[in-house]
Design a protein around this ligand. Structure first.
Ligand SMILES: C[S@@+](CC[C@H](N)C(=O)[O-])C[C@H]1O[C@@H](n2cnc3c(N)ncnc32)[C@H](O)[C@@H]1O
Length: 213
């Protein structure tokens, strides 16, 4: 989403970000809910799961889901939220790891990344490229990302913003020819409320790919 406007080490930055109050709404991302509802539940992996709302939503709908995030503080909140809803055991797992050098020990029917953005160093494209190899045949890769800065962003933020577009997202993956099918590649608009209570519309880049072989 942003250029690397801050110089902190990623772990330090994100632990600080999650160090206070709950950061996100606790609600599943609309795109994930909309799209995962059309898929057959199986094993899922959520990249940069934050406080775990998407993982919990998937687990409650029959998926076995692992969330990975660099922040222990975020995952502590995610684990607490899952336990509070009676979800545990084999249905959910939360792994604290830097995705820059993460290698899962299994493959998945769904790999999802909702707003895997950072204001500090994050090799997003490389991570997603590797994630292609973590998807089972007939499985899906879902990437939801900010396609534009929020309307309430200040000028500095707008300048530092690195928008994601669906075509660029797919091109960046270097997919092997004939091995993947594009199910969705579009911009979706979403109403949201900014920090000062101002209403605005956000643009999400949504890409859903299906592995054929
Ligand atoms: C914008 S938040 C999105 C969180 C969540 N997916 C959601 O939609 O609410 C980005 C998440 O990516 C995580 N993250 C950033 N860099 C990471 C890295 N190198 N490895 C693992 N997680 C990272 C952050 O800790 C944060 O939780």
């Amino acid at each position: 989403m942003h250029g690397h406007e801050e110089t902190q080490a990623p772990k330090e930055y994100w632990e600080g970000r999650y160090g206070g109050e709950q950061v996100w709404s606790g609600e599943v991302n609309d795109v994930l809910a909309d799209i995962a509802a059309t898929l057959t539940p199986g094993d899922a992996l959520d990249l940069g799961c934050g406080e775990g709302a998407d993982v919990i939503w998937l687990a409650e709908r029959g998926w076995r889901c692992v969330g990975v995030d660099i922040s222990e503080a975020a995952l502590a909140r995610a684990r607490q939220a899952a336990a509070g809803r009676g979800i545990g055991g084999y249905r959910v797992g939360f792994v604290a790891h830097d995705l820059a050098d993460f290698e899962p020990s299994a493959t998945f029917d769904l790999v999802t990344a909702s707003f895997l953005h950072s204001r500090v160093e994050l090799p997003r494209r490389e991570i997603l490229r590797r994630a292609v190899g973590w998807v089972n045949p007939a499985g899906s890769l879902l990437m939801t990302a900010h396609a534009a800065p929020p309307p309430w962003a200040d000028e500095a933020r707008k300048r530092a913003f690195l928008p994601v577009d669906p075509e660029g997202e797919i091109a960046g993956l270097d997919l092997p020819h004939g091995a993947w099918e594009t199910r969705l590649a579009e911009i979706r608009l979403r109403k949201a409320v900014g920090p000062d209570g101002v209403e605005g519309e956000l643009e999400d880049s949504v890409v859903l790919l299906r592995r054929l072989v």
